[in-house]
Ligand binder design. Structure first.
Ligand code: 1BN
Ligand code: ZN
Length: 385
């Protein structure tokens, strides 16, 4: 097992931030190593007083703009005054720093993908099946192991096949600001697809993996603060059960978990505290193409768009518009600002959607990195709003 896999396993178990944050992954790792090796020569040592290069750690903290500003300054003055070797080392380190920086700050889509793979490997998980129970045991064991504040919301709903037991999971990360941001997904597969090997790698597993990786990040952020709270609003992750129709999609035969929870939170006053609800559905697709979902709240669509633009990911967002009925609707209808972040174009002519072709090879860690980056950035923008 590689060092990073071993570290990730341990980190997931202990709830500590994965890796030395400075370490990065992929191309960032060798760049980081080289840059770190060169850093001392740039800050002090080889080029003592004449070298005014910022320390490498400061570059990491202060970001690319600072690097650019300082590079200009250095180019025009100090660097040119350095002895040959120090000058070369300084320039190389300055060039490498932003690369290492930008890569290591990305959301860890590989981690989300690994979770999705483990979850999809459970197999079909339609309500009333043994796989449904295994999926619930997986989630429960995961939250217990990580000492998360989680709640099981068990309920029974009338369906076309009679009463069925469902269970939503809610994981809470308290924040210092008063109010809640909800991030949601559904985790089960379709009862009506029970006779084929439908594992819902994209439809259910990918976004379950995404939220589990987001949980790792929020857990680490909380652990790093003195009062064990997030900087902004509380973030609640919701894993909905019963999103899929039992027989055929209609308002009454679909979204069992979200209809139940929205009604419950309407009664106990929780809905009034929710600042925004972001639903993730089918966004593990390798060929990511997220629709502008028109039942969603306009200002929240704009905020997601702004986040995507900031990250340089706008090409994956909102090229087409369509209305989708999904787990956000019970919240929209109760006045909660909500967005369905969904990609409904899956495979050639949508041929992977709700078929046995919805397998792990059709989704990617890259798409999950984009999703995670945009969800985290949107959460930050909501905190600032
Ligand atoms: C999303 C994933 N949905 C079902 N599985 C919601 C949906 C509703 C998709 C209607 C297409 C049409
Ligand atoms: Zn589906």
């Amino acid at each position: 097992m590689s060092f990073s896999r071993l570290w990730r396993r341990l980190a997931a178990r202990k709830g500590v931030p994965q890796v030395p944050r400075i370490w990065g992954h992929g191309i960032a790792r060798p760049l980081t190593i080289v840059a770190l090796a060169l850093a001392p020569f740039c800050s002090f040592g080889v080029a003592p007083r004449t070298c005014r290069a910022p320390s490498f750690e400061r570059l990491l903290l202060e970001g690319w703009d600072t690097v650019k500003r300082r590079s200009k300054f250095l180019a025009s003055s100090t660097v040119l005054a350095l002895p040959g070797i120090a000058r070369s080392l300084t320039i190389v380190a300055l060039a490498l720093a932003p690369l290492a920086l930008s890569a290591q700050q990305h959301f860890d889509g590989n981690r989300a993908y690994d979770y999705a793979r483990e979850f999809a490997a459970i197999g079909p998980r339609w309500p009333t099946s043994p796989g449904h129970v295994k999926a619930q045991e997986f989630l429960r064991a995961h939250f217990l192991q990580n000492h998360d504040q989680f709640e099981q919301d068990n309920f029974t709903a009338d369906t076309p096949i009679g009463p069925v037991q469902f269970c939503n999971y809610i994981v809470r990360f308290p924040g210092r600001k008063s109010g809640i941001i909800v991030l949601g997904t559904h985790y089960e597969t379709n009862y009506w697809l029970r006779n084929i090997n439908f594992v819902g790698a994209n439809d259910g597993a990918s976004t379950t993996g995404l939220l589990l990786a987001i949980a790792d990040r929020l857990r680490a952020q909380s652990a790093q603060s003195r009062d064990k709270k997030l900087d902004g609003y509380s973030v609640w992750l919701v894993f909905f059960d019963g999103e899929e129709a039992i027989q055929s999609w209609s308002r009454s035969d679909s979204t069992y978990g979200s209809r139940h929870l929205a009604a419950k939170w309407g009664q106990d006053g929780t809905l009034n505290r929710i600042k925004a609800f972001l639903l993730a559905d089918m966004i593990g697709d390798k060929d990511l193409d997220i629709e502008r979902e028109t039942n969603s709240t306009p200002w929240l669509i704009s905020l997601v768009e702004q986040a995507a633009k900031t990250l340089g990911d706008q090409r994956y967002f909102f090229q087409q518009s369509m209305a989708v009925e999904d787990d956000h609707l019970p919240f929209v209808e109760r006045g909660v600002p909500s967005i369905d972040v969904i990609d409904l174009d899956y495979g050639p002519n949508n041929s992977y959607h709700h078929t046995a072709q919805d397998t792990m090879d059709k989704i990617s860690a890259h798409s999950l990195t984009i999703d995670g980056d945009v969800f985290m950035e949107t959460t930050r923008l909501i905190d600032q709003r």
